[in-house]
Each structure stands twice: as structure tokens, then as C-alpha cells.
Design a protein around this ligand. Structure first.
Ligand code: SAM
Length: 302
């Protein structure tokens, strides 16, 4: 005879993740045609969202900010693992449905979710406080592709509490973010991301895990931010304001030497040369040869 199962001591039920059928059903119910403009490619593969959560190394002590929860694929997987998720979504139709999806599919963790209907490019710590959300310790997101780099840099700049980042972006953007000085794809995003911590590729994702399938592959990027108090240089607003314009100027005209590319910034070629020599940098080099530490030194931050 079967013994009735005593469920009173069973742990919280894991979230029911979204597969292709559920994604189509939700989209149909909402009458949503995913838009390119908002980078709406929804993950319909539970293994992929589990992989993202695992690559983020987040756990029960983490308060995650997620940009663009969409239909909730990644949100549900995060809710199983972390202390809280603050999801920032720009599309009111998607944001409107998310609490219901979470209540249906992750009922034991629904109280861990805070939803903010806003453009992630404008979200500030005060918006999270107003919504009653904790300071985020990590950013985990399948970023909307058209704004992935600006959103990433905005959140790194405005949320110093974020210690870890795991984002899915277009493969070529992932390569660019993690590129080392001297490589062809090394550029402004590589230097600015490296300003905050260690940046590396954390895996490749094919097109078939999305609906609709994008034309190009995706990649995971992980950033481990420098430990508070242990940063190699100050990373606050003041040092950013000194370093980032130099980076922009150095790469604005990639083919020019640093002396020429920075002459506008310093007022003349002579002044640029003097500043470069003072920082121990050869003025005849191109910007792509400089690591972030060189830019920091040139800016006089350290
Ligand atoms: N996280 C979901 C997933 O993995 O299936 C959806 C990811 S989809 C690539 C990007 C999501 O970001 C969409 O839900 C889109 O509406 C949203 N989005 C686009 N631009 C945004 C912005 N500026 N701020 C916040 N969300 C945005």
C-alpha cells in the first residue's frame, strides 16, 4: 500500500522553467510579436538558463538585478537560486505578465521578485530603494542586444554594490568586451569594462535556444569586479570622468598615433606628447596598444 507522502517538510518547490511550448503560449496570450528594436529574443531552453545561473556563480546571499526579464525564462531560474531578483523591463506588456508567471511557476519564491517597469539605461539606486528592492550584488541578464554595452556600463557605473556580472550578449560583443590590448577587436568597451574588474568570456550560446532565433550566435561574459578596498585604482565617478574621455579620444581615430589622437584632448600635439611621456607611454603608439592601467596612469588617477 502506498504511504501518503508527508510534504510538510519538503523544501520549496523548484520553479517550473519555460520551454518552447510555454514561451509560444505566453506570447500568444499577450499577442506579442517580438520586436527587434527592443532586442526581444526569448530563451526557450531550460538548460541554457540553468547554465547562465551556474556561470554567474550566484547563490543564496545574492541580490540580483536582471535587465529585460521578458517572459521570465531566466528570472524563474534565478529565483530558485538567489535571495532576490530585481527585474527591470521596459516593455509594459511583458512587465505586466511577469508577476503572474512567477506566481504560477515559482509560487514558493514569488516574494523574492521586485519588478521595475523602466528603461534600464536610466535606472538608478534610488529607483530600487523606492521599489523596496535591496542593493544588487550581481547583474545577471540576457541583455537586449542593441543596448547591451551602454546598459552594462551604466549599471557598473551607478551600482557599486554589484560585485559580479554574467551577461549574455552577441558573440562579437562578448569577444570585444573581453579582448586584450593589441588585438583588432580591442576597443572602447574592452577598456571601460576592464576598468571595473576582470572580464572574460564564459561560454558560447547557439541561436536555436531563442524564439525567435537571432541571426548571430551569442556569448556569455563574466566580470568579477575588483574587491571593494582592493581596487588597483579608484573606480568612482571622479576617476571615470578623468579616464573615460581619454579612452574615447584614443579610439575615435584608431589609425592615428596617440600623440595625434589626443592632441585635441590636451590642446596640442606637444602637450599630448608631454603627457604621454610623463606617463611612460611612447607617443608614437596607437591607442589599441594601451591597457586600462596605462589609461589610468595617463589620466593621473594613480
Ligand atoms: N530575459 C529574457 C530571456 O532570456 O528570455 C528576455 C531577453 S530579451 C534578449 C531582452 C529583453 O530586454 C526583452 O524583454 C526586452 O523587452 C527588454 N528590453 C529591451 N530594451 C530594454 C531597456 N532599455 N531596458 C529594460 N529592458 C529592455
Amino acid at each position: 500500500m502506498d504511504t501518503p507522502q508527508d510534504t510538510s517538510h519538503a523544501g520549496p518547490r523548484p520553479a517550473a522553467l519555460l520551454g518552447p511550448v510555454e514561451i509560444r503560449q505566453l506570447a500568444e496570450e499577450l499577442d506579442i510579436t517580438p520586436t527587434k528594436k527592443l532586442g526581444q529574443n526569448f530563451v526557450h531552453d531550460p538548460n541554457t538558463v540553468r547554465r547562465i545561473v551556474s556561470a554567474a556563480s550566484v547563490g543564496a546571499d545574492d541580490d540580483v538585478i536582471e535587465v529585460g526579464p521578458g517572459l521570465g525564462s531566466l528570472t524563474l531560474a534565478l529565483l530558485d537560486t538567489v535571495r532576490s531578483v530585481t527585474a527591470v523591463e521596459i516593455d509594459p506588456r511583458l512587465a505586466g505578465r511577469l508577476p503572474q508567471t512567477v506566481a504560477d511557476r515559482a509560487p514558493d519564491h514569488a516574494d523574492r521578485l521586485t519588478l521595475i517597469l523602466q528603461d534600464a539605461l536610466t535606472v538608478m539606486p534610488a529607483d530600487l530603494r523606492t521599489a523596496g528592492a535591496p542593493e544588487p550584488t550581481a547583474l545577471v541578464a540576457n541583455l537586449p542586444y542593441n543596448v547591451s554595452v551602454p546598459v552594462l556600463l551604466h549599471l557598473l557605473a551607478e551600482f557599486p554594490s554589484i560585485r559580479r556580472v554574467l551577461v549574455m550578449v552577441q558573440a562579437e560583443v562578448a569577444d570585444r568586451l573581453a579582448a586584450a590590448p593589441g588585438s583588432k577587436i580591442y576597443g572602447v568597451p574592452s577598456v571601460k569594462a576592464a576598468f571595473y574588474g576582470d572580464v572574460r568570456r564564459a561560454g558560447a550560446i547557439g541561436t536555436n535556444v531563442f524564439w525567435p532565433a537571432p541571426k548571430i550566435d551569442s556569448g556569455l561574459v563574466r566580470i568579477d569586479r575588483f574587491r571593494a578596498g582592493g581596487e588597483p585604482w579608484p573606480i568612482g565617478a571622479e576617476s571615470r570622468a578623468a579616464v573615460f574621455p581619454l579612452v574615447d579620444a584614443a579610439f575615435a581615430q584608431r589609425r592615428k598615433t596617440l600623440r595625434a589622437a589626443l592632441s585635441g584632448h590636451y590642446g596640442s600635439g606637444v602637450a599630448a606628447e608631454e603627457a604621454l611621456r610623463h606617463a611612460g607611454i611612447e607617443p608614437g603608439l596607437r591607442g589599441e596598444k594601451l591597457g586600462v592601467a596605462d589609461f589610468v596612469r595617463l589620466a593621473g588617477v594613480v
